[in-house]
Write a protein that binds this ligand. Structure first.
Ligand SMILES: C[S@@+](CC[C@H](N)C(=O)[O-])C[C@H]1O[C@@H](n2cnc3c(N)ncnc32)[C@H](O)[C@@H]1O
Length: 282
């Protein structure tokens, strides 16, 4: 399950590609200046486009996902264009700070902010047993899912952990006064999972192998890991639920076992008592 080098540290790979693009343009400029009178670097946008194409080719060689190529082609050319717009530097700082407050260290976590929708929250609520349970939302974003669940099930306890400052603040404000919800700011990785009956995660493919190891090591026997949209690689889920929303969200349900589970254990439906399918198909 090891990542290819370019995927393991995408930001570092991207910086290398950009730096490679700059180096290529410098070498080309020097070579052309020696051989001809061409001075393309005097037209900054042309030089920037050449840099972008070179960076994209390097990213292709790194086997970066295709959408990175567009970013590489456009990054410096856009910077050149925006530079010409004469925008006060304070706006760039403000945009940077706002992006940081919302997305925080997405470069490290590789989990951006996108939110579970109402139908997914209904599907999850329908999965909860009639008896009181505790559920944690790992990376709870703006707390919408927790708020919905807490209102639907006042007898249950809901916890959210979010490291991005602005979404966390919004989640805390939204759930203020709801007695059965706690939202904390912080990193969910050190949070022990042993006290939760349900662990909900809507993350990205990148942290799933690590989350699976953590779940297997810490979750109590019988507790359920629900992953929205991202399956654990090489582990067959006990149950899959398709939510009838526009993006046909899939919920993958696992009962992690103690220790590192083998692929066939998690898919053992005999060890995975029936979990009710959500009735909501609105
Ligand atoms: C895709 S959003 C899901 C939000 C929410 N759970 C929902 O379903 O609506 C993932 C969230 O996890 C947060 N996150 C990622 N890694 C985290 C970490 N290690 N600790 C705390 N929050 C994290 C991100 O900041 C982001 O807000």
């Amino acid at each position: 399950m090891a990542d290819a080098p370019s995927q393991a540290v995408p930001l570092r790979a991207a910086l290398l590609a950009q730096a490679g693009g700059v180096a290529t343009v410098l070498v080309l400029a020097f070579a052309l200046a020696q051989a001809t009178q061409l001075a393309f670097w005097q037209v900054p946008l042309v030089a920037a486009l050449m840099q972008g194409v070179a960076a994209a080719l390097i990213a292709l060689w790194q086997r970066a996902p295709r959408w990175w190529l567009l970013i590489h082609i456009g990054f410096i050319p856009l910077a050149v264009i925006v530079h010409g717009l004469d925008i006060a530097p304070g706006w760039f700082l403000a945009a940077f700070v706002l992006t940081l407050l919302i997305f925080w260290r997405t470069d490290q976590s590789r989990v951006p902010l996108y939110l579970s929708n109402r139908r997914t929250a209904n599907a999850l609520a329908a999965l909860l047993p009639a008896t009181p349970i505790t559920l944690i939302d790992l990376g709870c974003g703006m707390g919408g899912l927790l708020k919905h669940l807490a209102k639907a099930r006042p007898d249950c306890r809901f916890v959210g952990i979010e490291h991005a400052p602005l979404p966390c603040l919004i989640a805390q404000l939204r759930t203020r006064g709801i007695a059965n919800v706690t939202v904390r700011r912080g990193d969910f990785w050190p949070e022990p999972l042993g006290g939760y009956d349900f662990v909900y995660a809507f993350l990205s493919p990148a942290p799933m192998p690590r989350l699976w190891r953590k779940a297997c090591a810490e979750m109590a026997p019988g507790a359920i890991l629900v992953s929205n949209s991202f399956a654990v690689p090489e582990i067959v889920p006990g149950t899959e639920i398709e939510v009838a929303d526009r993006r046909t969200t899939r919920l993958y349900l696992y009962r992690p076992t103690v220790g590192f589970a083998q692929p066939d254990l998690a898919g053992d439906s005999a060890a995975f008592p029936a979990i009710p399918h959500p009735p909501d198909r609105q």
